[in-house]
Design a protein around this ligand. Structure first.
Ligand code: IPM
Ligand code: MG
Length: 372
């Protein structure tokens, strides 16, 4: 399938004034390696961009005792786009930056495209997969609204569950919150993307609403009601799929999906499953777009086991960089970046995860060579 950057992201009206300001946050693990590789490719494109690398994460903890100093927050706030590496949720320090982007700056529309590419063998989906998961990124189970059941029951003793039972006294709870505002803005983004893909002839403009309203009757009931209303008004075709069945279909027939609109945790899980249709996690890019800013990162983790070995495949971050250029209105450069990345893989220069022997650096050199 011929890949075009605007398959993955609709045109954004918000164009930067003057030279676009990019903030690069490498984060933990292999994050800094794949971000630097991406910046080298972007620099090879010769665009006027102002790139800054504000201190964050472990370096900021060591020097300033704070993983996300105020000065770094201000730099992020003033940026047109953020390129992000990866975080290690167990021992890393970059989590503060990611949480700031997601929950404080509300970059809510997480686009995770999975497109089959001829030069990358995939274990599912043949060569016709062309889907985008539109994951709500600010609420659901994610913002860490958790605590001890004893605290909850002492403050809310009369609460009864769906079976009319009291909550157990011992244990912990995690609150899953769904608000009409967040549901509305994510489904509207999904509709915008589906319409754009249809208008451009990339897909049939179909939305799959993925949820679990058979068990989460109130929270996902609200999600489905609001999404359904907006999609019906849009005139697009749609279906509603329970998340367990949606996961099975992603393995059995990923090529039948177009745009998937779903809540936070479901989108997290489904994007890892779907990634196999594109050759795996080291290939899948993402964008997280809000009303005032956006950040771009791979869907993969920080891979602590291969840090510093030169084994990291920077492709997912480079393709995220291409989504960032599209977002900034640099569509031609975005397309060149995709072509150079896939052209390099097609020529046999690829990292170990794709069966090649290139290192992060030699793979990046080959892409830059094509861009000059
Ligand atoms: C992702 C990651 C993150 C998430 C982790 C690192 C917090 O898995 O972006 O998919 O769960 O959202
Ligand atoms: Mg994930």
């Amino acid at each position: 399938m011929k890949l075009s950057p605007d398959m993955w992201i609709p045109p954004i009206e918000r164009k930067p004034e003057g030279v676009p300001k990019i903030v690069a946050l490498g984060g933990d693990g292999i994050g800094p390696e794949v971000v630097e590789a991406t910046l080298r490719c972007i620099e090879a494109l010769g665009l006027p961009l102002e790139i800054s690398r504000p201190i964050h994460g472990t370096a900021a903890v060591n020097e300033l005792g704070n993983p996300l100093p105020d000065e770094t927050k201000r730099t992020i706030d003033a940026a047109d786009a953020v390129l992000f590496g990866a975080i290690d949720t167990s021992v890393g320090n970059a989590k503060a930056a990611l949480l700031y982007l997601r929950f404080d700056l509300e970059m809510y529309a997480n686009l995770r495209p999975v497109t089959s590419v001829d030069c990358i063998p995939s274990i599912i989906g043949g060569d016709n997969t062309n889907l985008v998961i539109v994951r709500e990124l600010t609420e659901g189970l994610y913002p860490g609204r958790e605590g001890q059941l004893s605290d909850l029951t002492s403050k809310w003793p009369e609460y009864r569950d769906g079976r009319g039972k009291e909550l157990p006294k011992d244990g912990a709870f995690s609150l899953r919150v769904m608000t009409p505002e967040a549901i509305e803005r994510i489904v509207k983004f999904g509709i915008r993307l589906a319409k754009h893909r249809k208008d451009k002839g990339y897909s049939r403009g179909h939305i799959s609403l993925v949820h679990k309203a058979n068990m989460l009757r109130v929270g996902d009931g609200l999600f489905v009601d609001i999404c359904r209303k907006h999609i019906e008004e849009s005139g697009l075709s749609y279906d509603e799929i329970y998340v367990d069945e949606a996961a099975r279909r992603l393995v059995a027939e990923p090529q039948n999906y177009d745009v998937i609109v779903t809540s936070n945790l479901f989108g997290d899980v489904l994007s890892d499953v779907a990634s196999e249709a594109m050759g795996g996690m080291p290939m899948v890019p993402s964008a997280a777009i809000g009303d005032t800013g956006a950040y771009f990162e791979s869907c993969h983790g920080s891979a602590p086991d291969i840090v510093g070995t030169g084994k990291a495949n920077p492709a997912a971050t480079i393709l995220s960089g291409s989504m960032m250029l599209s977002y900034l209105g640099e569509t031609e450069a975005a397309a060149r970046l995709i072509d150079a990345t896939l052209g390099t893989i097609r020529s046999g220069i690829k990292t170990g995860d794709l069966g090649g022997s290139a290192t992060t650096d030699s793979f990046t050199d080959a892409i830059c060579e094509r861009l000059r």
